[in-house]
Design a protein around this ligand. Structure first.
Ligand code: HEC
Length: 162
């Protein structure tokens, strides 16, 4: 919980030093845009999912997620600023924002439980999507990531599972 609050409140360039704690294993919004220098050079990565995952995920995404994160996963451009009610808007999921910093378990948990229990506004989907459907949605989301973004995510994912 404490880590989550840090993630929610840390702003700007100190973010990577203080805030992006992967020990906070829930993927909530955070405040930095993806910089090219954060990504490695590796591009020849093979992905964990198949075309069928992405196709199925597209259906779930358009029904459950597009209303907030936009049909193309571009979310809100001003995603790092709170709105008038003090809430973060839905961030882009397309690899330009922060989503790739979170390992698979954290991403699954965010979709299952949402952000509400951590002071966010995203609803949880555990009563609407089963585990396989959640993975399919994530496949669709990740199919929007460039190879460099995917490779950087994969690196974090491997570290998290050690
Ligand atoms: C009612 C609007 C809404 C819906 C519907 C919604 N989200 Fe979100 N989502 C948000 C908001 C707002 C956040 C930022 C955290 C918070 O406030 O809970 C977020 C955060 C996220 C994050 C973390 C992003 C990051 O960069 O750390 C992921 C992943 C995500 N959503 C995926 C999904 C998926 C997949 C669906 C559909 C199954 C979905 N969301 C449906 C509003 C929504």
């Amino acid at each position: 919980m404490e880590n989550t609050l840090i993630v929610l409140t840390t702003i700007g360039s100190l973010f990577f030093i203080t805030g992006c704690s992967e020990s906070s294993d829930t993927a909530l919004v955070s405040q930095n845009k993806t910089k090219s220098s954060e990504l490695g050079q590796q591009t020849n990565v093979s992905r964990w999912y198949t075309e069928q995952h992405v196709k199925n995920g597209d259906k779930h995404y358009q029904i459950h997620c597009a209303s907030c994160h936009k049909v193309d996963a571009s979310g809100t451009s001003e995603w790092s600023k709170k709105d008038a009610d003090g809430n973060y808007p839905p961030p882009p999921l397309n690899g330009t924002a922060h989503t790739w910093h979170h390992h698979m378990g954290a991403l699954r948990r965010t979709i299952r439980l949402g952000g509400v229990i951590f002071g966010g506004t995203m609803p949880g989907f555990e009563d609407k999507l089963n585990n396989q459907e959640i993975d399919e949605v994530l496949a669709w989301v990740q199919s929007h990531w460039s190879d460099r973004v995917y490779a950087a995510w994969q690196q974090k994912n491997i570290q998290a599972s050690k």
